[in-house]
Design a binder for this molecule. Structure first.
Ligand SMILES: Nc1nc2c(ncn2[C@@H]2O[C@H](COP(=O)(O)OP(=O)(O)OP(=O)(O)O)[C@@H](O)[C@H]2O)c(=O)[nH]1
Ligand SMILES: [K+]
Ligand SMILES: [Mg+2]
Length: 517
């Protein structure tokens, strides 16, 4: 805004034909928001749709939602109401089939006249008893009315988007909220749904629009010397600042995406170290087979977990060893692949295998880590693992304290936890450590600026940065090409919130919604 101020006024004073503002595609045209706020149906949305919006299966109360131009008519047809309706007020009514007049249920009805509804259209809700016969009866009655049809997956939200009620990041936030399984996921989804992320991207778009308007004006008017000197320098500074801000936002180590999809934690180590025992201990059920036979686990066994409110996808893997058994070899390959892509590896060691001589312990553990995570050790990513010395119950106390001392004196390679999966000794400390790790790997949903949560955001932001690079590259050679860079950067940002070039991405986003949402 500040950037636009002074010379824009000067421009108006000096120029008899303020052409730039009428032709500028940024201000009036291509990049204009597609959002509309009105109660008239959007083309393609002339039908009135209905669906069961609560979950399937027997339940106390089910909610059937209707949206579109005939929603009010449908409400009247099923309830026989003739008098004026009061918006957003529950009313207990008999619900009958419009043709046969058969009583279907007695329930609450609600009327939401557009544009003050979720979809922006006239909408209605029937809160009925949740038995399958009642639900089917009401759905069939609605389907018998002219102009009404069952909603497609995500169609209510799609209409809300087209009515300008939500931008795409808010739509995604809503989808995430419906799928949220842990507290932190819920907080992140709520924040995104409230528009925090969308506002950040809109703010950047706004700044870019101004930069582009300035460059376009410069192209149009600089020859007549109607533009103040230094306009382009201001744009340079603004674009560079934007690049830095986007880069900072991108360098979050995927913390928002991790919180959305779960931290991948993999248990790995030698055969019989007690990996499956640890897996069962963490998921509190005998999910993986435990036995004294080395090479018991072959396939990767997975389970989702909630660790202190943060989502984790925990995997148990085959013990790492050289073997002639082709099936076990495949298991070992799969284990190593998992470790490579893991966010965090729990490296389990059988403490009875540790060298008797304490001085040898750190070297032994370093070799062990190199064996389990060769690539990560090589790249210095040792912080991506926790070392677990298991079966502490089998070691005499004095030997254990010697090992502990040896580790704290000279072993700094990885965080270590001493544990017994059999007795549970050391479990509380280990869980605390694990929770800390998982927490730092996820974004704190309530602190700082909102995190990007989807690969789609990341890809578009990266493209946007590249496009801004094009501005700098061509700035002194060809200003039209430089402006094109800004336009491209802007359209990448617009793609995230759904304000530019949306159609092709809409399908993907709405496809992930369930019917009735
Ligand atoms: N005493 C004792 N035994 C344990 C402990 N943890 C595991 N075990 C035993 O060690 C043996 C191997 O345990 P598993 O959990 O199957 O080991 P694993 O690492 O999954 O083995 P593989 O899948 O074959 O690689 C079993 O007999 C477990 O009961 C522990 O803390 N103390
Ligand atoms: K085993
Ligand atoms: Mg196992």
């Amino acid at each position: 805004m500040a950037l636009a101020g002074c010379w824009r006024i000067a421009l108006y004073k000096n120029v008899t034909r303020p052409r730039v503002y009428l032709t500028c595609p940024v201000v009036f045209g291509r990049a204009c928001p597609v959002r509309r706020v009105c109660s008239r149906p959007v083309p393609g949305f002339e039908d009135t749709i209905f669906a069961l919006s609560s979950g399937r299966g027997r339940c106390g109360v089910a909610v059937v939602r209707v949206s579109g131009p005939d929603a009010t008519g449908a409400l009247r047809a099923l309830t026989g109401l003739k008098r004026a309706l009061t918006p957003r007020t529950a009313l207990l009514r008999s619900i009958t089939h419009p043709a046969s007049k058969e009583l279907l249920d007695r329930g609450l009805i609600l009327w939401f006249p557009g544009p003050h509804s979720f979809t922006g259209e006239d909408s209605a809700e029937f809160h009925i008893h949740g038995g399958p016969a009642v639900i089917n009866g009401v759905l069939q009655a609605l389907g018998s009315l002219p102009g009404l049809r069952p909603a497609e997956a995500g169609e209510f939200t799609r209409r809300a988007f087209h009515a300008g009620k939500l931008d795409l990041t808010e739509v995604e936030g809503l989808g995430d909220l419906i799928h949220a399984e842990t507290e932190a996921q819920r907080r992140q989804a709520l924040r995104q749904m409230a528009g925090d992320l969308g506002r950040l991207y809109n703010d950047w778009s706004q700044q870019l629009k101004h930069c582009l308007a300035h460059v376009e004006a410069f192209i149009d008017f600089s020859e007549g010397e109607l533009i103040e000197d230094g306009v382009l320098n201001q744009v340079d500074t603004a674009v560079s600042k934007l690049q830095v801000e986007i880069k900072t936002h991108l360098s979050d180590e995927r913390r928002g995406e991790r919180l959305r999809s779960g931290v991948h934690v993999v248990i790995a180590g030698s055969t019989n170290a007690g990996k499956s025992s640890l897996f069962n201990l963490l998921c509190q059920r005998p999910a993986a087979i435990v036995s004294p036979t080395a090479g018991t686990t072959r396939d990767v066994v997975e389970t989702p977990l909630d660790i202190g409110g943060f989502p984790v996808l925990l995997s148990d893997t085959a013990g790492l060893r050289e073997t002639d058994d082709s099936v076990e070899r495949e298991g070992v390959q799969r284990a190593l692949k998992r470790v490579e892509v893991a966010d965090l590896t729990l490296v389990v060691v059988d403490s009875t295998q540790l060298p008797q001589e304490p001085r040898m312990v750190p070297g032994f553990l370093n070799d062990y880590l190199n064996n389990v995570l060769p690539k990560k050790m090589e790249q210095g990513h040792v912080q991506q693992c926790l070392l677990i010395i298991n079966k502490s119950d089998l070691l005499p106390n004095e030997h254990m304290s010697i090992i502990q001392r040896a580790l704290s004196d000279s072993f700094t390679a990885a965080a270590v936890s001493i544990l017994s999966c059999s007795t549970g000794a050391g479990l509380t400390d280990f869980l605390k450590m694990l929770q800390e790790r998982v927490k730092t790997m996820c974004a704190d949903p309530l602190v700082g600026s909102p995190s990007l949560t989807q690969t789609r955001h990341r890809t578009n932001l990266q493209k946007s940065i590249e496009a801004l690079g094009q501005y700098h590259k061509y700035r002194d050679m060809d200003l039209a090409l430089a402006a094109e860079g800004l336009r491209l950067g802007l359209s990448c940002l617009g793609r995230i919130t759904g304000k530019v070039g949306t159609e092709e991405i809409l399908d993907v986003i709405f496809r992930d919604f369930c019917i009735g949402k």
